[in-house]
Every structure is written in structure tokens, then in C-alpha cells.
Write a protein of this length. Sequence first.
Length: 162
Amino acid sequence: MSQPEMVIGQRGPRSERIESMRTSADAVAPPKEGRPGTHYVSAYRRYRIQVTSPADVLDPATGRIVRGRPIVAQFEDWNYWNDAKDPGVKRLTDEALQSNPRCGLQSDFWLASEQKEKAQAKRLADARRTLHALPPEVLAEFVAELSLGQDADHKLPTPPAK
């Protein structure tokens, strides 16, 4: 069977494009834990916040212009780690980002620790709601399984004979 002729510049069917977008979004690796610095997450894949905007300065001794380098927070794949080597730059960036009115859950960007705390609180609330919905006898059986046993050690099954 021959393939249909591909016309350059034409898009594929919408359903195929949406499915490919979903699979590419799912393929993004989760951020690595244990990376040093303050971890921020953005609602946008690439987001940039300029923290400082220093002016260019004319050096009176040499007559040369010294370019001011701005401090910038650049989110890549929805994540930004403030792991600046200079503690003053790190502190300044954290203060500027956390005092930004666009910082916070359900906003443009937020602290990853806040997101984890909220998710953990939701999991605990869901677990409580599930336990309250169980019949009393099932709940008592569940609690009995969690309680300490009388044995000093675990009893392991005997290995099968060879």
C-alpha cells in the first residue's frame, strides 16, 4: 500500500497532533531531587524573570564602558534552581522571586516545597476521608493489621527443597 503524498507545510490531523503533544509532555523527566539551591516551578515551560537591571558605567580612569550584567532567573522545562555561587546574589534572587506578586501556588511560578506540602496535605485529607467512609468492622480489621504483633521476630516461609 502506498503512503499518501505529503504536502510540505500541511499539518497532520488534529487528533494526531494533540496525542503527540501529550506524549511529549509526559516524556519530560521529573526534576532531580537533591540538587543544591532553592527550587522553583513555573506554570510555563520557559519563563524568565529579570532580578536586577544594572546600568552601564563609564570608567573615568580608562574611558571604557563597563557593561552592567543583570541577574536573571531562567526557567527551563518548568524548573529553576537558584544555586548561585555568590551568597549575596543567591539571597537577592530568592528575596526578589519570593516577594514577586506573581509568585505563589496557582500563579506564574512558586516554590517546589510549597507544592509538595500542599500535595502531602491533600493525600492525608483523602486518606482520612477514605478511613471515615469505611465500615467499622473493616476499619477495625485494618487497624489490627497495623498494630504490633506478639512475636519477637518475623517468621519467614521455609525455602522450597531443591
